[in-house]
Design a protein around this ligand. Structure first.
Ligand SMILES: Cc1cc2nc3c(=O)[nH]c(=O)nc-3n(C[C@H](O)[C@H](O)[C@H](O)COP(=O)(O)O)c2cc1C
Length: 190
């Protein structure tokens, strides 16, 4: 079993990364393979609305690392889409990624069907729920199974490492990780 995380933060080793690492620690203990991709330092270009992805099962534009990332999503059992909040929503890179991934899935139905999805968001103060919603809307529109926790998956922090002070947020993330593991194991036995 494999879980892939896609991190839309521009900051390496930032808060979003810390949250993914925390989830992945539990995954490794459960012997689930992990892989992280982060867009930091790269630009994900927005959708060109060419619809040339129809029948191709991926975007045909190769200027950035969208194609590789989406290819890995197709083979993962579970996918975490993680983003810091930028201007009260997901980062621009994550928005561009969601835009293109959504069109590829619309043009090639079933690509992510029955895969597990979880949103993870870090924020300083405002807009976290918008970001969680944007990611969950993507999952729910493409036949994925969204994993919940005891609260929405947002953790508060400004400077790198500040999320470690949000104990309630971290407890929620730990519970999310356990729920992902439970669901992955249940689905494996199907
Ligand atoms: C361009 C930019 C815009 C931001 N906008 C918001 C915002 O609207 N609301 C908020 O709560 N935090 C905002 N922040 C703060 C980040 O969400 C916060 O610092 C987060 O923990 C960063 O995660 P990272 O370390 O993984 O990049 C913004 C940060 C940047 C760089």
């Amino acid at each position: 079993m494999k879980i892939l995380s896609v991190n839309g933060s521009a900051r390496i080793n930032g808060n979003t990364d810390i949250l993914i690492d925390r989830i992945f620690e539990k995954m490794k203990q459960a012997e689930i393979e992990t892989e992280s991709i982060q867009f930091a330092g790269n630009v994900i270009y927005p959708c060109k609305a060419c619809f040339a992805c129809s029948g191709k099962e991926n975007c045909i534009h190769k200027k950035d690392n969208f194609e590789d990332t989406f290819e890995k999503m197709k083979t993962a059992d579970a996918i975490i889409l993680a983003s810091p909040v930028y201007t009260a929503n997901v980062s621009a890179n994550m928005q561009a990624f969601l835009e293109r991934a959504a069109v590829v899935c619309d043009m090639n139905p079933g690509l992510l069907k029955h895969k597990i999805g979880a949103a993870v968001v870090s924020a300083r103060r405002g807009g976290a729920l918008n970001a969680v919603d944007a990611i969950n809307h993507f999952f729910l529109n493409h036949e994925m199974i969204v994993v919940g926790s005891i609260y929405w998956n947002m953790v508060y922090g400004k400077r790198p490492g500040d999320v470690l002070n949000d104990k309630e947020g971290l407890a929620n993330i730990d519970n999310l990780a356990e729920n992902i593991i439970w669901l992955m194991k249940e689905m494996k036995t199907q």
